[in-house]
Design a protein around this ligand. Structure first.
Ligand code: MEV
Length: 438
């Protein structure tokens, strides 16, 4: 088949047919086909679970599953499971955990768990008329969604509020139903979206049947009904504190606490630095979110919007020194679930939850905030005390050795040689060549 020909009916192909298609279009060798097979789970049951998480699967894509021990959160010692492809991320979190374990640990709290959704619609009538009729419409919307919300209400959740917003600056005649929900231990995306679609249907029906409206007022255009991943009232905070000189290193690095405060001040005021700073925060958050089967794209999107809440994208962490005490904290908007979804299906996500002690959604929100704070603490501390490259490239050395296909028997020699040197790809390559030619 020519390379640029559109393939029809691909989604109906069996896995063998999908691999066959790739093999013929991209000239796969038998070795490549074997790779796709060898990356699959040995257990057919587990393989089936993984495959059914997505569509058009041809193999499994592996990430390292790691753990960071000794994370003291509110006096309890936790082990954080982490799935990440980036070297140094687990080491950074573990290092921060070890340091703070000796200084009172992380203190974390949840500041709210309200989730949001919107029904977007246009309506041609007078806004005042709709505002006046809305209290009755709201009652009908809530009543007609009872069948959907009943179970969630039994668990203490449900639809909490529906507000009408008139936003003609965005589109002529444009309104939103701005809705809030409590979804307890669930991420609640399906619950919220089902409620919103029901609200939309009931709303349209109200314009049709209510005696208050007539003529063109019966014409409401529903544009869409969907949850919002921005949850400014679903928030967790984590903080740490210690004497400021505890951050100085015995080998001579001084005033580390002051430098960290300055570095964080820069990230609060300069967007180019803030993005990298927050990326380091999400190194830890994403790794824990992925390990526990949570939607890390939603967590990131919300976190970045929260970072821009004051009109400028800024650091998610803050730090200060009060009377010789260094204090650092993270305030994060995020929504997570611990029941349903991938968390309840993926064998390693289930194991990750077990390692964490099967936390509630509240607890997991706190752990994610701690993962972000710990990662950021290590990054910023390393950056202001000589830079990250020395430590980072050490971790990277094993990747370089693999890329250069350095024989196993000489790897210890290379690792030993670079023990007290800065690692770079070209230096490793040159050193390996010297040994091999000796
Ligand atoms: C690298 O993954 C993360 C850092 O760049 C974060 C930061 O600069 O704060 C080290």
């Amino acid at each position: 088949m020519p390379d640029n020909q559109i393939i029809q009916g691909f989604s109906k192909f069996s896995k063998d047919e999908r691999i066959g298609f790739l093999s013929s279009r991209y000239g796969f060798s038998g070795e490549t086909r074997d790779l796709l097979i060898s990356m699959q789970a040995a257990s057919p049951d587990i393989q089936k679970i993984i495959e059914e998480l997505s569509e058009n699967t041809v193999s499994n894509y592996h990430l390292p599953f790691s753990v960071a021990p000794n994370v003291v959160v509110n006096g309890q010692v936790k082990t954080f499971p982490m799935a990440t492809e980036e070297s140094s991320v687990v080491a950074a979190l573990s290092k921060a955990a070890g340091f703070w374990a000796k200084h009172g640990g992380f203190h974390a709290e949840v500041l709210g768990t309200e989730k949001k959704g919107q029904v977007h619609f246009t309506w041609p009538g007078q806004p005042e008329k709709l505002q006046a009729a809305f209290p009755e419409i709201r009652k009908t919307l809530l009543a007609e969604s009872r069948a959907i919300t009943a179970k969630m209400e039994q668990r203490g959740g449900g639809a909490r509020s529906i507000e009408l917003k008139y936003l003609p600056d965005i589109l002529p005649g444009y309104y939103q139903l701005d809705c809030s929900f409590e979804t307890c231990n669930a991420m609640g995306a399906n619950f919220i979206n089902t409620c919103l679609e029901q609200f939309a249907q009931s709303l349209q029906n109200q314009f049709m049947v209510s005696p208050v409206f007539s003529g063109t007022e019966r014409e409401c255009q529903i544009l869409m009904a969907i949850l919002s991943n921005y949850t400014p009232k679903s928030r967790a905070r984590a903080r740490v504190e210690c004497p400021d000189d505890a951050l100085d290193s015995p080998s001579g690095e001084k005033q580390v606490a002051e430098k960290m405060v300055q570095a964080i001040h820069i990230a609060k005021n300069d967007v180019s630095r803030a993005v990298t700073h927050n990326k380091g925060i999400f190194n830890g958050i994403d790794a824990l979110a992925i390990a526990t089967g949570n939607d890390f794209r939603a967590i990131e999107a919300c976190g970045h919007a929260w970072a821009a809440r004051n009109g400028q994208y800024a650091s998610l962490t803050d730090a200060r020194i009060d009377n010789g005490v260094f204090r650092m904290e993270i305030d994060l908007a995020l929504a997570v679930g611990v029941v349903g979804g991938v968390t309840a299906i993926h064998p390693l996500a289930k194991l990750a939850m077990q390692i964490l002690g099967n936390p509630s959604a509240h607890e997991l929100m706190m752990y994610l905030a701690v993962a972000g704070l710990a990662s950021n603490f290590s990054s910023v501390k390393a950056l202001v005390s000589g830079g990250i490259q020395r430590g980072h490239m050490k971790m990277h050395l094993s990747n370089i050795l693999k890329q250069l296909t350095v024989p196993e028997k000489i790897r210890p020699l290379v690792i030993n040689y670079f023990r007290d040197k800065t690692v770079s790809y070209s230096d490793v390559e040159d050193f390996v060549k010297t040994i091999l030619n000796a």
